[in-house]
Every structure is written in C-alpha cells, then in structure tokens.
Design a protein around this ligand. Structure first.
Ligand SMILES: *[C@@H]1O[C@H](CO)[C@@H](O)[C@H](O)[C@H]1NC(C)=O
Ligand SMILES: *[C@@H]1O[C@H](CO)[C@@H](O)[C@H](O)[C@H]1NC(C)=O
Ligand SMILES: *[C@@H]1O[C@H](CO)[C@@H](O)[C@H](O)[C@H]1NC(C)=O
Ligand SMILES: *[C@@H]1O[C@H](CO)[C@@H](O)[C@H](O)[C@H]1NC(C)=O
Ligand SMILES: *[C@@H]1O[C@H](CO)[C@@H](O)[C@H](O)[C@H]1NC(C)=O
Ligand SMILES: *[C@@H]1O[C@H](CO)[C@@H](O)[C@H](O)[C@H]1NC(C)=O
Ligand SMILES: *[C@@H]1O[C@H](CO)[C@@H](O)[C@H](O)[C@H]1NC(C)=O
Ligand SMILES: *[C@@H]1O[C@H](CO)[C@@H](O)[C@H](O)[C@H]1NC(C)=O
Ligand SMILES: *[C@@H]1O[C@H](CO)[C@@H](O)[C@H](O)[C@H]1NC(C)=O
Ligand SMILES: *[C@@H]1O[C@H](CO)[C@@H](O)[C@H](O)[C@H]1NC(C)=O
Length: 656
C-alpha cells in the first residue's frame, strides 16, 4: 500500500533498523499495522493505580478474554511524586512498568496516557498538590515552571518504561500528548512543547484525543501528531475527517474513549450509573461497537474496568461559581468489569459482538468469576475523640491559612478560635467553602456549609466572648476538569483547600486562629492488642462528642475463608450501615470515604488486605458521630442507594 505523509514514514519505516527486536507498529492514512499486518485496536481503559497490584494479572486476563487486544492506561503523577523530587517507587501499585510487562504476558498491547494532566476524575486531574505552592507556576500551559516539573516527571517515567515500547519489542504502541487539551484551551505552543518532550524520551507513535467537535479538535490537535476523537464514534469520526486537514495529523480512526457509562458523584439525588438500568443503553453500545469494528476502525472502552479511588484519590467537577460535584470512592463506572473485577452482563454482550469480528478462537475463554465473601456484623466502638486527643501542635495565625500552606496534600484542617467579643450572624468561610465545613461552637455542631450543595448552606452563628468556634474543613477532591471557555474563574487554577480568605460572622472578621493539620495520611489509631490476641486494649469513650470520633473494631475470617485458595475469594463490600460520613482503614489501608447520601453505600475491600490468621483491624473516622456503638459488615453483593442528607434537610445535593 501507499504510505501517507511524513508521519506514516516515521511510524513504519524508521523502525526498520531495529526490526529484529521491535514489534513494528505504524499506520497509513486508514490502517494501523502491527508486525506488518493490519491491526484494529480493540482497547479498554484500566489504570494500574486504581487496581490492587496483586490483581493486575487477573484483571488483564479478563480484558483479553473479553476480546480486547490493547489496554489504555493513564498514569497518576500525584501518586508517583507525592513530594517534589520524592518518587514513591517503592509502592508496588506505582510500578507502571510491571503492569505493562504483565499486560504483554497476557497478550495485550498498551496505549500510554501519561498526562501530565489526565483528568480521569482524579484529584486535580492527576497533578501533585505541591505544584500549587510554586510561585508563578501555571498548569496546562507553556509556563516555564510547569514545563520544568512536567519534564522531570516525564523523564523519570520514561526511565522505567522506555524499554517497553513496541519499538524495543515491548507492548507500548502509542503515547498520548496531553489529554483532551482542546476542551481546555488552544495554546499550540504548549502542546507542541509536550510533543517534543515526549519525542525526546520515546520513539513511539504519538496521538491526541479530543472531543469530536470542531473547537476541541482545533484546540487540541498538534502538528505531526495523529489526531483522534472520543465519545460517540459516528460524529467523532465525521468531525475528525471534516476538521482535521493537516496531513501530518491524519491517519486511521480511533475512538480513544468510548464511554461505557459515567462515574458516580456523591449526592442524595445522584443515583449510581448502571448499564443494566436501561436496555437501550446496551443496544446503543453494541451498535456503536459494530459501527467501529465493521468500518475497520479502532476503539477503546472508557472504562473497561474502573477500579477504586482509594484513600483521598477522587477528583471533582466545578459546576459554576459555587458548586462542586465530588466523585465517589468507587470508580465502578458501570464498566464491563465491575469495581470488584467481576464480569457484568455488559462484559458478555460486548464480548459476543467483538467475537463476530475476531473469529477462529482467537479470543480466550473467560475464566469464571470467583464469588465474593461476606463478613458477619461486628461492633465498632468509639476509641478517641479527634478534637480532644488527636490534634497535633497548631499553627497560630491572625487569619486562616490554606491546607497547602501547611504542607498538607489531602484530608482535613481544623480552624479554631476563641471569640474576643460577641458575634452574631451568617458565617462566611473565606472566599467560598473548600469544600465541606462542619461548624461547631463550644463543641456543639451548628451546621454544615458544603460546596456540593446546589445552594451553599447558610449557617448562623452566635458567639459570646470566650466561646470556642471550630471549623472542620474537608478536601472533597480537587477539581479535575475545567474549560477555559467556561467563564472568568478557572477552577483548575484554584486547587487550594482549607480556608482561603477571612472568616466572618455577620460581616465581622474573626481573627487569631489555631490551625490544625489533619491529613489522616496514616491510620489514626490502632487497637493496641496484638493481632493474634483476643484481648483488646482500647479504652472506649464514655460520652460521645458531636465532633469527629475514631471507632475501632476487629474481626476474624470465617473458617471457610481462611482456607480459601486465593485472595479474590475474600473480596467483599464493607458497609457501615449507621455511619454518616467518614473514612475507613482496614489493617492500616485507607479504603476511602463513605457517606450516607450515596449512591455508594459500601467500600470495595479487596481480599489482599485481609489477614487469614488473627484479627483484622478496622478503624473508622466518623466525622458526624451519632451512635455510641456502630457496626460494620462485609456484604458479598453490592447495594447502591441514596438517602436524604441529614445535614441539609430539604436541600438536595445533586450530582451531574
Ligand atoms: C489514503 O491514501 C491513499 C494514497 O495517498 C489515497 O489514494 C486514498 O484515497 C486515501 N484514503 C483516504 C480514506 O483518505
Ligand atoms: C507560550 O506560547 C505563546 C503562544 O505561542 C508564546 O507567545 C509565548 O512566548 C510562549 N511562552 C513561553 C514561556 O514559551
Ligand atoms: C514556543 O514559544 C517559544 C517562545 O515564542 C518559542 O521559543 C518556542 O520555539 C515555541 N515552541 C514550539 C514547540 O513551538
Ligand atoms: C472549525 O474551526 C476552525 C478553527 O477555529 C475554523 O477556522 C473553521 O472555520 C471551523 N469550521 C467550521 C465548519 O465551523
Ligand atoms: C459492514 O460494512 C459493509 C461495508 O464495508 C456494509 O456493506 C455492511 O452493511 C456493514 N454492516 C453493518 C452491520 O453495519
Ligand atoms: C479466520 O477464518 C477465516 C475463515 O476460515 C479465514 O478466512 C481467516 O483468514 C481466518 N483469520 C485468521 C486471523 O486466522
Ligand atoms: C482579612 O482581614 C484583614 C483585616 O483583619 C485584611 O487586612 C485582609 O485584607 C483580609 N483578607 C482578605 C483576603 O480579605
Ligand atoms: C493497655 O494499654 C495501656 C496504655 O497504652 C498500657 O499501659 C497497658 O499495659 C495495656 N494493657 C495490656 C493488658 O496490654
Ligand atoms: C473488646 O473486647 C470486648 C470484650 O471481649 C468486646 O466486647 C469488644 O467488642 C472489643 N472491642 C473491639 C473494638 O474489638
Ligand atoms: C432530590 O431529592 C429531593 C429530596 O431530598 C426531592 O424532593 C427532589 O425532588 C429530588 N430532585 C431530583 C431532581 O431528583
């Protein structure tokens, strides 16, 4: 066939010299080629940093047996470099190279999406929090400081994975430049610089991925880089054909993110996105897939498997000047493989469709799902009042300071002051709530102001001189998506949490704050009894405060579970039925947030975190304790549900 343009030459011919050790991936104007044969990418997104590394192989195997031949993978910079220059490479879940090696062993190729911005409903779109503390740095533009730190990150990532490119015999076929940049802006100098930084580090085919409309393609396409679209394939492919005219950006058509559904957001009205709810959805998925495959084009399901925003990993969407939609801990996404890695009806429907185009037994049989387990209800007893016993030394400040200025990435900040005079009126928490503020006077809860409320709740406060005002501020997840066209306020450039600006009551500024950093980056307290002993040694709190309380409980696995062959058999969904809002650690691992409003009502607890012998220790930070004793249990089947928000009666917090 005739080769198309300079890019195709780069894609196919320049690899000739390395043919012996390379897997030769390239393309003409209509067709990808792998090892000399036409190749249709049948891909699915699964990010290693959302899946326990012990389960990577099993999940990748499930991808291959659905008929996928390629895994699309984001990399989360914030987890790789939690502090400037400190690379968390000893964390096995950050071993991206190992994930790619296993993918290749399982018969899969890789499309790498390294960002540095990835969106992905992740905390600040994958950016590390500390970028916000470098004066003069601006993300997602050709800002010298941003490019410097992004360059260090890409160099470091490349050290590990450069040998895994198809050009070197590895699984990586293509690498994405930025991420849907056209939805954000149109600074082509910035994207060209990123392209060049990738070219310095890699010799793989580069591509961009943008929404399938003119303005996003115009903003996001990069000269010399294959331009692809996402969303609905019909309109996306048409838009690519119509609006991309630079021959160096043309090539085969790929729907780089075909949405299997959507991620869930916290909200009493935000229901779980489930494909089984609407058979028309399933038909739509099949029709779109047929359209792509029959047209000899390529596709990637976003998500094939979503996984979990463990700990404080989720991001949020800024809806307007005062309204955040925060993503849940679960990133189930209504994907073909559910959050626990089990197949769904959608998985088999898609597999059947793919099989029509890849006959001859080339798709392996599906290894049957392992049933999940259950854990009998066990008690959670209150063991520490956070405000009474777990506060660190405060920072003293005339005016409130942000979470980041305390050197803190995630979690909570407590702002405390003793009134010097009487105050009364509506409380204003800095420029706006960032994000959820629980208000106490002398330890008595007055109300909650929360950016997820459609109308930010108003809390009226009355203070006498000597009264103690406490504001507990939770980072619900930094905004991961913003479009420059959406107004003057750029939520992506405003990642700061805690309190920014002054606190006023009835318009009067309140000063002299004690500021306590509460990152909860470690399990706050553990049962002091040894894990093999039945003799616990925790002191329970006699009188439950209205302020946050740490609860603790423990359980042993049932005999049937202790003798299970694989950790998968121990997987369960941990529920805290009488909890309001908080965080759960199991054997020291932060499973994430729970919140009564839903739709998530239980936390995926992978069996890899459980101890077969001795006690499993569960620690819960309950922000709004109402029960002297709570319970937890492991449920083998997941229940999604929404409940009214006890802090905002009559004020629904809406998701999307
Ligand atoms: C692909 O390129 C060939 C050779 O330049 C040309 O004949 C053909 O029309 C092109 N096809 C498309 C769909 O652009
Ligand atoms: C950034 O890009 C703009 C637009 O191309 C250009 O005018 C400016 O000089 C660039 N700045 C830097 C620091 O490269
Ligand atoms: C970006 O803009 C700067 C300043 O104008 C220029 O020096 C540089 O060559 C441009 N880079 C690219 C890749 O266009
Ligand atoms: C597409 O966008 C480009 C760049 O903004 C513009 O020049 C062109 O007129 C647009 N085409 C259509 C059909 O709107
Ligand atoms: C598949 O494509 C062929 C042409 O390439 C067309 O004739 C046929 O109708 C298509 N089938 C479906 C189901 O779209
Ligand atoms: C699959 O089988 C068909 C029909 O026997 C044959 O034409 C085709 O070449 C085979 N494809 C592969 C990849 O083996
Ligand atoms: C906070 O209040 C002080 C006066 O106490 C004032 O000087 C300062 O400008 C205020 N800060 C903001 C951000 O409004
Ligand atoms: C229980 O904990 C206390 C305080 O840490 C310690 O002094 C005491 O020895 C412990 N008792 C037992 C039986 O472990
Ligand atoms: C501690 O031990 C007592 C008595 O055995 C038991 O009732 C209680 O549930 C235990 N508490 C925790 C937190 O495990
Ligand atoms: C949201 O929930 C409230 C009850 O909390 C209900 O009255 C309202 O109709 C719901 N709104 C939507 C859009 O579902």
């Amino acid at each position: 066939m005739k080769l198309f343009g300079a890019l195709a030459l780069a894609g196919l011919l320049s690899y000739g010299a390395e043919a012996a050790s390379s897997r030769r991936f390239g393309y003409t104007n209509t067709t990808f080629y792998l090892e000399g044969k036409p190749f249709q990418i049948v891909g699915g997104q699964m990010d290693p940093q959302r899946v326990p590394y012990q389960y990577w192989r099993e999940r990748l195997n499930k991808a291959r047996s659905m008929g996928l031949n390629t895994i699309f993978s984001y990399v989360y910079w914030n987890l790789l470099e939690p502090e400037p220059g400190h690379w968390a490479t000893d964390e096995p879940n950050n071993n991206i190279a190992e994930y790619f090696r296993i993918a290749q062993e399982e018969g899969l190729n890789i499309v790498l999406r390294p960002g540095p911005y990835i969106c992905g409903e992740r905390e600040w779109g994958g950016f590390p929090w500390w970028l916000s503390e470098i004066p003069g740095l601006e993300v997602r533009t050709n800002n010298t400081l941003f490019l410097y730190y992004a360059g260090l990150y890409l160099d470091r990532l490349a050290e590990e994975i450069r040998p895994l490119q198809a050009t070197k015999g590895g699984p990586i076929l293509m690498i994405q430049v930025e991420n849907e940049y056209g939805s954000y802006g149109s600074n082509h100098n910035y994207t060209a610089r990123l392209r060049d930084m990738l070219r310095e580090n890699f010799d793989s085919v580069l591509y961009t991925n943008d929404g399938g409309v003119n303005w996003t393609l115009a903003g996001g396409s990069v000269p010399g880089v294959l331009a692809e679209t996402d969303g609905t394939p019909e309109s996306g492919f048409e838009a690519r054909d119509e609006y991309i005219t630079n021959p160096t950006e043309l090539g085969p058509l790929l729907d780089g993110e075909y949405y299997t559904l959507a991620p869930d957001q916290w909200g009493s009205n935000a229901t779980h996105n489930d494909p089984d709810d609407d058979p028309a959805d399933l038909n739509g998925f099949v029709n779109d897939l047929e359209f792509v495959l029959n047209g000899s084009n390529s596709i990637s399901f976003y998500m094939f498997h979503g996984g979990t925003n463990y700990g404080f990993g989720n991001g949020g969407i800024w809806r307007d000047a005062n309204y955040l939609a925060a993503f849940t801990t679960s990133y189930d996404y209504g994907a073909p493989l559910d959050e626990s890695g089990r197949t769904t009806e959608l998985y088999y429907i898609l597999r059947e469709t793919i099989e029509k185009y890849f006959p001859n037994g080339s798709i392996p049989a599906v290894v049957p799902d392992v049933p999940r387990s259950s854990i009998d209800e066990f008690a959670l007893e209150p063991v520490a009042s956070v405000f009474d016993t777990l506060l660190p030394e405060p920072v003293q400040s005339e005016h409130p300071v942000s979470m980041e200025s305390l050197g803190q990435a995630y979690g909570y900040v407590l702002y405390e002051t003793t009134a010097q005079q009487a105050y009364t009126g509506i409380l204003q928490v800095g420029d706006r709530p960032r994000d959820r503020v629980i208000v106490y006077v002398n330890g008595v809860k007055q109300g909650v102001v929360d950016a997820i409320y459609e109308t930010v709740g108003e809390v009226k406060v009355t203070l006498q001189a000597g009264d103690k005002l406490q504001l507990l501020v939770e980072n619900l997840g930094r905004v991961d998506y913003w479009s420059l066209g959406s107004g003057t306020f750029n939520a992506l450039l405003e990642p700061h949490k805690g309190i920014v600006g002054n606190v006023t009551v009835g318009g009067e500024i309140v000063t002299k704050w004690n500021v306590y950093s509460l990152p909860f980056d470690q399990v706050p307290i553990v049962n002091s009894g040894s894990s093999s002993s039945n003799n616990n040694n925790t002191t329970t709190i006699e009188t439950l405060p209205q302020t946050p309380v740490v609860y603790s409980g423990r359980f042993q696995l049932a005999d049937r579970d202790r003798s299970s062959k694989t950790d998968l058999e121990l997987d369960t969904f941990l529920a805290i039925p009488r909890g309001t809002k908080g965080v759960v650690w199991v054997n020291g691992f932060n499973l994430g947030r729970y919140w009564i409003i839903g739709p998530q009502q239980s936390l995926y607890l992978p069996g890899v975190h459980l101890r077969r012998e001795g006690w499993n220790e569960v620690v819960v930070l309950e922000l709004e304790p109402t029960e002297q004793v709570m319970e937890a249990e492991g449920q083998s089947e997941r229940v999604w549900a929404n409940h009214a928000d006890p802090d905002a009666p009559g004020l629904p917090s809406l998701g999307s």
